[in-house]
Design a protein around this ligand. Structure first.
Ligand code: FAD
Length: 470
């Protein structure tokens, strides 16, 4: 049906970039087809990324709270135990509901959906090997590539998704490993490490670089690392894995200092490889129609998301920029607006980043290191959650708000928050930066009491003047 007539827009990939682009295109009156090979919509994010990881983070947090915090709040149980299959079933239910929900949105917006593997055969035709067998050709005046990303493997380490797992395997382990080694201290490694650590695994994170989450503001990162260490997560920084032996019952890793030196051995039941993600364009036929990629395989695009081939666009994880679902969605909307003859816009400096551990860490704009490098005179305002009444009331007060503002104008340059709900708190700051606000603008905005948001107001006061509560 979708293949027989020409579409205005054909989207390859049904992840947050692709499905959002498809819905937006249909809303703008464009005839649209989306091709997805997975069998379900939502891409990496809904199926094996953002959503299942947040489901497990929440469930494991509840267990951890029940074990370690409930009694001090006067809630007592004779004992608490983990039912891992039930926990996994809850996660799977959340994923299934949400992916089906997107199918519903496609129907509602009249987006045609073709299940199968898409391959470009010309700048206006995609050949699809359909999941039900056979192939079909889908034609479109405009084609959007939204094929996303895949796990990056490390040389010499074969992922079997049993003993050596990627994030996908780590989201569905059938047993709680006694010892888990996480290779790579990025947000995915720390989130999955937190899940299994809370459920009882001894977690060691091995990281080549000198720091965890290198993009984070250094001062906040230090506090964050301490918070994770308090939860018994161990870190081996400036360390590289040079050998893996899976011949025995568990896994033996040979490690050495990143700069070379004496080797050591680590043992684990499961090893999670989370050393980053790479753009996914296998079997897409880019070279056939002449779509150019950069050194690391990302599709190069201009400000209008056009690739080197006119009429062919690319968005999301498969192009340069932060590999985040909300960034992919913004790309998708802007790209389709351009196609429809409107103006699209994404401000890549204002894409918030969140690590969904406990506490969470969220940030937007520049870190102190970046501000220093710019050579701008700046002020810093900080406020600890230890002085925030709501955080104290609920006995969850490990965290801080840090604001960086230009000294001369008080314009906010960056905001960094570590707090139980930092991922929600950050959006007030994102909006402030979007509007070019000064710290005084936040400080003079009435914030409800008692809320964690008041810490942002007080940090803003501390930026250009003095806070009240510390
Ligand atoms: P994808 O979501 O990767 O979707 C691409 C889709 O295209 C896939 O479904 C794939 O099957 C399909 N496809 C590929 N090639 C073809 C083809 N030739 N034909 C047909 N279909 C094809 N981001 C956040 O913002 N917040 C988070 O909390 C978060 N947590 C994460 C946790 C984990 C464990 C992981 C792995 C990732 C996480 N991410 C998170 C990142 C997020 O998942 C990605 O940034 C996002 O999914 C990118 O969207 P996309 O549409 O560009 O690509």
């Amino acid at each position: 049906s979708s293949g027989s007539e020409e579409n205005d827009v054909v989207v390859i990939g049904g992840g947050p970039g692709g499905y959002v682009a498809a819905i937006k295109a249909a809303q703008l009156g464009l005839k649209t087809t989306c091709i997805e090979k997975r069998g379900t919509l939502g891409g990496t994010c809904l199926n094996v990324g953002c959503i299942p990881s947040k489901a497990l983070l929440h469930s494991s947090h509840m267990y951890h709270e029940a074990q370690h915090s409930f009694a001090s709040h006067g809630v007592k149980f004779p004992s608490v135990e983990v039912d891992l299959p039930a926990m996994m079933a809850q996660k799977d239910k959340a994923v299934a509901n949400l992916t089906r929900g997107i199918e519903g949105l496609f129907k509602k917006n009249k987006v045609s959906y073709v299940k199968g593997y898409g391959k470009l055969i010309s700048p206006s035709e995609v050949s699809v090997d359909t999941l039900e067998g056979g192939s079909t050709i889908v034609k479109g005046k405009n084609i959007i590539i939204a094929t996303g990303s895949d796990v990056k493997s490390l040389p010499g380490i074969t992922i079997d998704e049993k003993k050596i797992v990627s994030s996908t395997g780590a989201l569905s382990l059938s047993e709680i490993p006694k010892k888990l080694i996480v290779i790579g201290a990025g947000y995915i490694g720390l989130e999955m490490g937190s899940v299994w650590g809370r459920l009882g695994s001894e977690v060691t994170v091995v990281e080549f670089a000198p720091d965890i989450v290198p993009s984070m503001d250094a001062e906040v990162r230090k506090q964050f690392q301490r918070a994770l260490e308090k939860q018994k997560m161990k870190f081996m920084l400036k360390t590289k894995v040079v050998g893996v032996d899976t011949s025995g019952e568990g896994v033996k890793l040979t490690v050495e200092p990143s700069s070379g030196g004496e080797q050591g051995t680590l043992e684990a039941d499961v090893v999670l490889v989370s050393a980053g993600r790479v753009p996914f364009t296998a079997g897409l036929g880019l070279e056939k129609i002449g779509v150019e990629t950069d050194k690391v395989g990302r599709i190069t695009v201009d400000k209008r998301f056009t690739t080197s081939v006119p009429g062919v666009y690319a968005i999301g994880d498969v192009i340069p920029g932060p590999m985040l679902a909300h960034k992919a969605e913004e790309d998708g909307v802007a790209c389709v607006e351009f196609i429809a003859g409107k103006e699209g816009h994404v401000d890549y400096d204002l894409v918030p980043g969140v690590v969904y551990t406990h506490p969470e860490v969220a940030s937007v704009g520049k870190t102190e290191e970046q501000v220093k490098a710019l050579g701008v005179d700046y002020r810093v305002g900080k406020f600890p959650f230890l002085a925030n009444s709501r955080a104290k009331a609920i006995d969850d007060a490990d965290g801080v708000v840090k604001i960086l503002a230009e000294k001369e104008t008080d314009k906010i340059l960056g905001v960094h928050i570590m707090a139980p709900n930092a991922g929600e708190l950050i959006h007030e700051a994102v909006l402030a930066l979007q509007y070019g606000a000064a710290s005084e603008d936040i400080a003079r905005t009435c914030h409800a009491h008692p809320t964690m948001s008041e810490a942002l107001k007080e940090a803003a006061m501390a930026t250009y003047d003095k806070p009240i509560h510390i």
